[in-house]
Design a protein around this ligand. Structure first.
Ligand code: JB8
Length: 269
Protein backbone atom coordinates (compact mmCIF):
# COMPACT_ATOMS: atom_id res chain seq x y z
CA UNK A 1 0.00 0.00 0.00
CA UNK A 2 1.17 3.51 -0.81
CA UNK A 3 0.47 6.72 1.16
CA UNK A 4 1.31 10.24 -0.02
CA UNK A 5 0.71 13.26 2.20
CA UNK A 6 0.78 16.87 0.95
CA UNK A 7 1.16 19.67 3.51
CA UNK A 8 2.74 23.10 4.01
CA UNK A 9 4.08 21.65 7.32
CA UNK A 10 5.80 18.41 6.24
CA UNK A 11 7.70 18.25 9.60
CA UNK A 12 4.32 17.79 11.30
CA UNK A 13 4.05 14.33 9.73
CA UNK A 14 7.43 13.17 11.14
CA UNK A 15 5.79 10.94 13.84
CA UNK A 16 4.60 8.66 11.01
CA UNK A 17 8.20 7.54 10.63
CA UNK A 18 8.16 6.22 14.23
CA UNK A 19 6.64 3.23 16.08
CA UNK A 20 4.10 0.98 14.42
CA UNK A 21 3.86 2.76 11.08
CA UNK A 22 7.60 3.42 10.82
CA UNK A 23 8.23 -0.32 11.40
CA UNK A 24 5.72 -1.25 8.67
CA UNK A 25 7.54 1.13 6.36
CA UNK A 26 10.95 -0.40 7.13
CA UNK A 27 9.46 -3.88 6.62
CA UNK A 28 8.23 -2.80 3.16
CA UNK A 29 4.52 -3.27 4.03
CA UNK A 30 3.74 0.32 3.18
CA UNK A 31 5.39 3.20 1.34
CA UNK A 32 4.91 6.70 2.72
CA UNK A 33 6.05 9.97 1.13
CA UNK A 34 5.46 13.43 2.59
CA UNK A 35 5.41 16.30 0.06
CA UNK A 36 5.85 20.02 0.75
CA UNK A 37 3.10 21.94 -1.06
CA UNK A 38 5.42 24.98 -1.36
CA UNK A 39 7.72 22.95 -3.61
CA UNK A 40 4.92 23.23 -6.22
CA UNK A 41 4.72 27.04 -6.18
CA UNK A 42 6.48 29.09 -8.87
CA UNK A 43 6.41 32.63 -7.41
CA UNK A 44 9.22 34.29 -5.48
CA UNK A 45 7.30 34.20 -2.17
CA UNK A 46 6.11 30.57 -2.58
CA UNK A 47 2.52 31.74 -2.02
CA UNK A 48 -0.06 29.07 -1.16
CA UNK A 49 -2.99 31.28 -0.02
CA UNK A 50 -5.11 34.21 -1.14
CA UNK A 51 -8.19 36.17 -0.04
CA UNK A 52 -11.64 34.54 -0.37
CA UNK A 53 -14.00 35.52 -3.20
CA UNK A 54 -17.27 36.75 -1.64
CA UNK A 55 -15.41 38.09 1.40
CA UNK A 56 -15.19 36.65 4.89
CA UNK A 57 -12.53 35.90 7.45
CA UNK A 58 -9.16 34.34 6.76
CA UNK A 59 -7.43 33.04 3.65
CA UNK A 60 -8.08 30.22 1.18
CA UNK A 61 -5.50 27.85 -0.34
CA UNK A 62 -4.78 28.68 -4.00
CA UNK A 63 -5.68 25.93 -6.49
CA UNK A 64 -2.61 25.80 -8.75
CA UNK A 65 0.02 24.50 -6.26
CA UNK A 66 -2.47 21.73 -5.30
CA UNK A 67 -3.02 20.77 -8.95
CA UNK A 68 0.74 20.60 -9.57
CA UNK A 69 1.31 18.48 -6.43
CA UNK A 70 -1.59 16.09 -7.15
CA UNK A 71 -0.57 15.73 -10.82
CA UNK A 72 3.01 14.89 -9.86
CA UNK A 73 1.77 12.21 -7.45
CA UNK A 74 -0.54 10.64 -10.07
CA UNK A 75 2.26 10.76 -12.67
CA UNK A 76 4.53 8.75 -10.38
CA UNK A 77 1.82 6.23 -9.54
CA UNK A 78 2.66 2.73 -10.77
CA UNK A 79 -0.61 1.49 -9.17
CA UNK A 80 -2.85 4.13 -10.85
CA UNK A 81 -5.75 3.84 -13.29
CA UNK A 82 -3.55 3.27 -16.28
CA UNK A 83 -1.48 0.58 -14.57
CA UNK A 84 -2.02 -2.85 -13.00
CA UNK A 85 -4.93 -2.36 -10.55
CA UNK A 86 -7.22 -0.34 -12.88
CA UNK A 87 -8.33 1.66 -9.84
CA UNK A 88 -8.05 5.39 -9.22
CA UNK A 89 -6.08 6.43 -6.14
CA UNK A 90 -8.24 7.86 -3.32
CA UNK A 91 -7.75 11.51 -2.39
CA UNK A 92 -8.65 12.06 1.26
CA UNK A 93 -9.25 15.70 2.17
CA UNK A 94 -9.57 16.28 5.93
CA UNK A 95 -12.40 18.73 6.49
CA UNK A 96 -14.93 19.49 9.24
CA UNK A 97 -17.46 19.29 6.34
CA UNK A 98 -16.53 15.69 5.42
CA UNK A 99 -18.07 12.29 6.12
CA UNK A 100 -17.09 11.01 9.58
CA UNK A 101 -14.00 8.79 9.85
CA UNK A 102 -15.04 5.53 11.56
CA UNK A 103 -13.46 2.10 12.05
CA UNK A 104 -15.67 0.93 9.15
CA UNK A 105 -14.18 3.59 6.84
CA UNK A 106 -10.67 2.67 8.08
CA UNK A 107 -11.30 -0.97 7.00
CA UNK A 108 -12.62 0.20 3.62
CA UNK A 109 -9.61 2.47 2.97
CA UNK A 110 -7.16 -0.27 4.10
CA UNK A 111 -8.28 -2.21 0.97
CA UNK A 112 -6.99 0.52 -1.37
CA UNK A 113 -3.64 0.43 -3.19
CA UNK A 114 -2.94 4.15 -2.97
CA UNK A 115 -4.18 6.85 -0.57
CA UNK A 116 -3.26 10.53 -1.02
CA UNK A 117 -3.95 12.96 1.84
CA UNK A 118 -4.34 16.69 1.13
CA UNK A 119 -3.79 18.72 4.32
CA UNK A 120 -5.55 22.07 4.15
CA UNK A 121 -4.77 25.06 6.36
CA UNK A 122 -6.38 28.51 6.78
CA UNK A 123 -10.08 28.37 5.77
CA UNK A 124 -9.49 25.38 3.48
CA UNK A 125 -8.68 24.58 -0.16
CA UNK A 126 -10.34 26.24 -3.20
CA UNK A 127 -13.31 23.91 -3.86
CA UNK A 128 -12.48 23.63 -7.57
CA UNK A 129 -9.42 21.51 -6.69
CA UNK A 130 -11.73 18.77 -5.36
CA UNK A 131 -13.94 18.87 -8.52
CA UNK A 132 -10.89 18.87 -10.81
CA UNK A 133 -9.12 16.06 -8.92
CA UNK A 134 -12.12 13.73 -9.45
CA UNK A 135 -10.78 13.09 -12.97
CA UNK A 136 -7.79 11.16 -11.54
CA UNK A 137 -8.86 10.37 -7.98
CA UNK A 138 -11.81 9.14 -5.95
CA UNK A 139 -12.19 12.28 -3.83
CA UNK A 140 -13.39 11.91 -0.22
CA UNK A 141 -13.65 14.85 2.21
CA UNK A 142 -13.34 13.22 5.66
CA UNK A 143 -13.90 14.58 9.19
CA UNK A 144 -12.36 13.09 12.35
CA UNK A 145 -15.36 14.25 14.38
CA UNK A 146 -17.48 17.25 15.31
CA UNK A 147 -14.74 19.64 16.35
CA UNK A 148 -12.44 22.01 14.47
CA UNK A 149 -8.66 21.69 14.10
CA UNK A 150 -6.31 24.32 12.65
CA UNK A 151 -5.51 22.14 9.63
CA UNK A 152 -5.62 18.64 8.21
CA UNK A 153 -2.27 17.38 9.54
CA UNK A 154 -3.45 16.03 12.91
CA UNK A 155 -6.41 14.32 11.22
CA UNK A 156 -4.00 12.66 8.75
CA UNK A 157 -1.78 11.40 11.60
CA UNK A 158 -4.85 9.74 13.14
CA UNK A 159 -6.15 8.30 9.85
CA UNK A 160 -2.78 6.91 8.67
CA UNK A 161 -2.34 5.18 12.04
CA UNK A 162 -5.89 3.76 12.07
CA UNK A 163 -5.65 2.54 8.44
CA UNK A 164 -1.99 1.47 8.53
CA UNK A 165 -2.43 -0.90 11.48
CA UNK A 166 -5.13 -2.82 9.54
CA UNK A 167 -2.64 -3.82 6.82
CA UNK A 168 -1.75 -7.50 7.39
CA UNK A 169 1.57 -7.78 9.25
CA UNK A 170 1.57 -4.23 10.67
CA UNK A 171 0.04 -5.25 14.02
CA UNK A 172 2.11 -8.08 15.54
CA UNK A 173 -0.81 -10.03 17.03
CA UNK A 174 -3.83 -10.14 14.61
CA UNK A 175 -6.05 -11.34 17.53
CA UNK A 176 -5.82 -7.85 19.01
CA UNK A 177 -7.49 -6.58 15.81
CA UNK A 178 -10.41 -9.01 16.21
CA UNK A 179 -11.04 -8.31 19.91
CA UNK A 180 -10.64 -4.56 19.93
CA UNK A 181 -13.04 -1.72 20.60
CA UNK A 182 -15.77 -1.22 17.95
CA UNK A 183 -15.13 -4.49 16.09
CA UNK A 184 -18.38 -5.90 17.58
CA UNK A 185 -20.14 -2.52 17.81
CA UNK A 186 -19.46 -2.26 21.57
CA UNK A 187 -16.82 -0.53 23.67
CA UNK A 188 -14.07 -2.78 25.07
CA UNK A 189 -14.33 -4.39 28.55
CA UNK A 190 -12.03 -3.04 31.34
CA UNK A 191 -8.62 -4.68 31.71
CA UNK A 192 -6.46 -5.31 34.82
CA UNK A 193 -2.97 -6.57 35.60
CA UNK A 194 -0.86 -7.39 38.67
CA UNK A 195 -0.88 -6.74 41.57
CA UNK A 196 -4.37 -8.17 42.34
CA UNK A 197 -4.70 -5.61 45.18
CA UNK A 198 -3.37 -2.14 44.40
CA UNK A 199 -3.84 0.86 46.73
CA UNK A 200 -6.73 -0.98 48.39
CA UNK A 201 -8.46 -1.64 45.06
CA UNK A 202 -9.22 -5.25 44.07
CA UNK A 203 -9.30 -6.81 40.62
CA UNK A 204 -12.84 -8.28 40.13
CA UNK A 205 -12.83 -11.80 41.74
CA UNK A 206 -14.17 -13.56 38.66
CA UNK A 207 -11.02 -12.68 36.68
CA UNK A 208 -8.93 -14.68 39.22
CA UNK A 209 -11.35 -17.66 39.21
CA UNK A 210 -10.00 -19.46 36.14
CA UNK A 211 -13.64 -20.07 35.09
CA UNK A 212 -13.46 -19.04 31.42
CA UNK A 213 -17.24 -19.22 30.89
CA UNK A 214 -17.88 -16.86 33.82
CA UNK A 215 -15.07 -14.54 32.66
CA UNK A 216 -16.57 -14.27 29.15
CA UNK A 217 -20.03 -13.48 30.62
CA UNK A 218 -18.54 -10.86 32.99
CA UNK A 219 -16.69 -9.15 30.14
CA UNK A 220 -19.77 -9.17 27.87
CA UNK A 221 -21.80 -7.56 30.66
CA UNK A 222 -19.09 -4.92 31.25
CA UNK A 223 -19.04 -4.12 27.53
CA UNK A 224 -22.81 -3.63 27.46
CA UNK A 225 -22.86 -1.57 30.70
CA UNK A 226 -20.11 0.87 29.70
CA UNK A 227 -21.47 1.20 26.15
CA UNK A 228 -24.96 2.00 27.51
CA UNK A 229 -23.45 4.56 29.92
CA UNK A 230 -20.98 6.25 27.55
CA UNK A 231 -22.29 5.59 24.02
CA UNK A 232 -26.04 4.86 24.08
CA UNK A 233 -26.09 5.64 20.33
CA UNK A 234 -24.09 2.40 19.77
CA UNK A 235 -26.61 0.32 21.76
CA UNK A 236 -29.53 1.21 19.48
CA UNK A 237 -27.32 0.47 16.42
CA UNK A 238 -26.82 -3.17 17.54
CA UNK A 239 -28.35 -6.02 15.51
CA UNK A 240 -30.75 -7.41 18.12
CA UNK A 241 -31.20 -10.69 16.20
CA UNK A 242 -27.50 -11.61 16.66
CA UNK A 243 -27.50 -11.00 20.45
CA UNK A 244 -27.36 -13.93 22.91
CA UNK A 245 -30.09 -14.46 25.52
CA UNK A 246 -27.55 -13.40 28.19
CA UNK A 247 -26.87 -10.11 26.31
CA UNK A 248 -30.59 -9.41 25.84
CA UNK A 249 -31.12 -9.98 29.59
CA UNK A 250 -28.37 -7.47 30.47
CA UNK A 251 -29.85 -4.97 28.00
CA UNK A 252 -33.28 -5.43 29.62
CA UNK A 253 -31.70 -4.57 33.03
CA UNK A 254 -30.20 -1.47 31.43
CA UNK A 255 -33.63 -0.33 30.22
CA UNK A 256 -33.60 -1.64 26.65
CA UNK A 257 -35.82 -4.16 24.83
CA UNK A 258 -35.17 -6.18 21.67
CA UNK A 259 -38.24 -6.17 19.40
CA UNK A 260 -38.12 -7.72 15.89
CA UNK A 261 -34.30 -7.59 15.97
CA UNK A 262 -34.28 -3.88 16.86
CA UNK A 263 -32.83 -2.62 20.17
CA UNK A 264 -34.93 0.24 21.61
CA UNK A 265 -35.04 2.17 24.88
CA UNK A 266 -37.94 1.04 27.13
CA UNK A 267 -40.28 3.80 28.34
CA UNK A 268 -39.33 5.03 31.85
CA UNK A 269 -42.67 3.83 33.41
C1 JB8 B 1 -8.33 24.18 7.76
O1 JB8 B 1 -11.09 20.01 11.89
B1 JB8 B 1 -10.57 19.47 10.75
C2 JB8 B 1 -9.89 20.39 9.72
C3 JB8 B 1 -9.80 21.76 9.96
C4 JB8 B 1 -9.19 22.53 8.98
C5 JB8 B 1 -8.71 21.98 7.80
C6 JB8 B 1 -8.83 20.63 7.58
C7 JB8 B 1 -9.42 19.82 8.56
C8 JB8 B 1 -8.18 23.04 7.04
N1 JB8 B 1 -8.96 23.88 8.93
O2 JB8 B 1 -10.71 18.12 10.45
Amino acid sequence: MRFDVVSIFPEYLAPLELSLIGKARTDGLLQLTVHDLRAFTVDRHRTVDDTPYGGGAGMVMKPEPWAMALESIVAGDSTAESAASGRKPTLIVPSPAGEVFTQKLAYELAEEDHLVFACGRYEGIDERVLDWAAEHYTVRPVSLGDYVLNGGEVAVLAMVEAIGRLIPGVVGNPESLIEESHSDGLLEYPVYTKPSTWREREVPDVLLSGNHGKIAKFRMEQQLRRTAARRPDLITELDGSSLSKASRDVLWDLGYAVVDGVVTRRPND
